[in-house]
Design a protein around this ligand. Structure first.
Ligand code: SF4
Ligand code: SF4
Length: 176
């Protein structure tokens, strides 16, 4: 039974001299090469030229603060449980008296590490978070020579205290 009309009849006919010299195949290859010379180049001169990301691009994570500058994360661990790559490590601590201006709730993450070599940027941590604490941004995780430099610690992830240093993720929130 014939399933498609793309099948080719196999023949055992003797190859011609030019076929044995690969001349038709070389001509065909050159034709493809030359046809590409007149097309617009698909490459960009990175890093001088940076291609715009789509709104749903998922890059390096950020741990958000609330409007008063307190960390949103309560170290519930849901993001770590949701992470299919087991890239997140959290150690929880209890908020002490006088630390109310630092952490929004009684529990906070004393350690929050993400192993960027394991992360597949699926965004499930962002989906799982009940506290609006973790978001993936449009920042590219920078390349490095040492594996240890790909373990991002809390200080690399938690955003700036000053409002002007914060990362705007409103579009990402709106698109959710
Ligand atoms: S983006 Fe996915 S793989 Fe990366 S830390 Fe979040 S849940 Fe894990
Ligand atoms: S980032 Fe969100 S889900 Fe993860 S531990 Fe903090 S509050 Fe829980």
């Amino acid at each position: 039974m014939q399933l498609t009309n793309r099948s080719k009849q196999v023949s055992n006919k003797e190859m011609t001299f030019s076929e044995r010299m690969y001349l038709p195949a070389i001509a065909g290859g050159l034709r493809v090469t030359f046809s590409h010379m007149f097309k617009k180049s698909a490459t960009v001169q990175y890093p001088e030229q940076v291609r715009e990301h789509s709104a749903v691009f998922r890059g390096q994570h950020v741990l958000k603060r609330d409007a008063e500058g307190r960390e949103n994360c309560t170290a519930c661990g849901l993001c770590a449980v949701a992470c299919p790559a087991e890239a997140i490590t959290i150690v929880a601590e209890e908020r002490k008296k006088g630390e109310e201006h630092l952490y929004r709730e009684e529990k906070y993450a004393a350690v929050y590490d993400i192993n960027m070599l394991r992360c597949i940027f699926c965004g499930l941590c962002e989906e799982a978070c009940p506290k609006d604490a973790i978001y993936l941004t449009d920042r590219i995780v920078t390349s490095n020579y040492e594996r240890a430099d790909f373990i991002f610690h809390k200080e690399d992830l938690v955003e700036a205290v000053a409002l002007e240093g914060r990362i705007d993720i409103t579009k990402r929130k709106k698109d959710k």
